[in-house]
Each structure stands twice: as structure tokens, then as C-alpha cells.
Design a protein around this ligand. Structure first.
Ligand code: SF4
Length: 73
């Protein structure tokens, strides 16, 4: 099982939030995109079945990104 997500290069979520500096974003990215939970990510499952994800404002948990999160660096 891969440790890092193989879809970081094409993932809209990672492109938009993967390099933010706040602890919230860093923790999410560390757990999912760069960690062992990538297989649990909603977007990962879509990519794995060949579907493009048009939503980059969806958390790996499948929830919409909460409005306050948008303001976090
Ligand atoms: S959000 Fe999901 S699909 Fe995108 S890079 Fe992170 S773990 Fe992979």
C-alpha cells in the first residue's frame, strides 16, 4: 500500500490547499495526501475509478470545505 497519494499531481484539492501554511491544512495534507489515509480519501477513490474530480472544494472526508477554512493561510 502506498504511503503517499499517487494523485497529488492532478488533484485539484492538493493544488489549491496542499501548500497552505496553517496547521489545519498541513494536518489534513499530512494525513491524507502525504500519509497513510490517502486510500480513505473521497477524491482518491474517484481518481482510482478513473473519474475526474471537478470539485476541489471537497475535503478528503467528502465534506465541503467549511467557509472558515477558506480564510486559513
Ligand atoms: S485530496 Fe485525496 S486524492 Fe487529492 S492528493 Fe490528497 S489524498 Fe490524494
Amino acid at each position: 500500500m502506498e504511503k503517499h497519494c499517487p494523485y497529488v499531481e492532478r488533484c485539484g484539492f492538493f493544488d489549491k490547499y496542499g501548500h497552505r501554511s496553517s496547521r489545519t491544512w498541513k494536518n489534513l495534507v499530512a494525513l491524507y495526501c502525504q500519509g497513510g489515509l490517502c486510500h480513505c480519501c473521497t477524491l482518491y477513490r474517484r481518481y482510482a475509478t478513473g473519474r475526474l474530480s471537478l470539485e476541489d472544494d471537497l475535503l478528503p472526508t467528502g465534506e465541503p470545505v467549511p467557509l472558515p477554512f477558506h480564510a486559513l493561510p
